[in-house]
Ligand binder design. Sequence first.
Ligand SMILES: [Zn+2]
Length: 182
Amino acid sequence: MVARQNYTIEVVVPNMKTSDKLIEEVIRQSVGVEIVPLVRYLRNRKNVSEFKIAEGIKQEVNITRNWLYRLYDLNLVTFIRKKDKIKGWYIYYWTFNPGRVRDLQIDLRRKRLEKLKDRLKRERGSDFFICENKCIRLDFDQVTEYAYKCPECGTLMHQEDNAEHILSIEKEIQALEKALQS
Ligand SMILES: [Zn+2]
């Protein structure tokens, strides 16, 4: 019988799935969904020329370059350039900068929080009206303009109880504030 050895090995396995998901979400929101494949390609590589990236994502070099510049504007990529000895021009080699993702996530959350706070103010400060078919939601000025008749289905509009709406906005605000504190 082998005595159980009394030590533990701590293996830190990064949660690749979550962090991939986070990166893609941040890219989608801050740069654009079309650029996600480029980031996916570049993510685990280093110093890749834009020609090779274009080939790797099956995209035109000009478009690839434009996307790289957009990422560069947000410090999401870095580059080094080397002079091509034969052709005499510079070739750029790109590397993804995952360290920026967290900062951008915080920025996005802050912006969302501001938006939610505005919405909450609006929800608390005004009355909203809906029809029985829930076609459209109007504020007081709009509903008087339509003489309380739904512009979509023509039925009478009545004041909506927005307590639940307010509650769900408050919940999201709380969750965001908590996430921003961590
Ligand atoms: Zn309606």
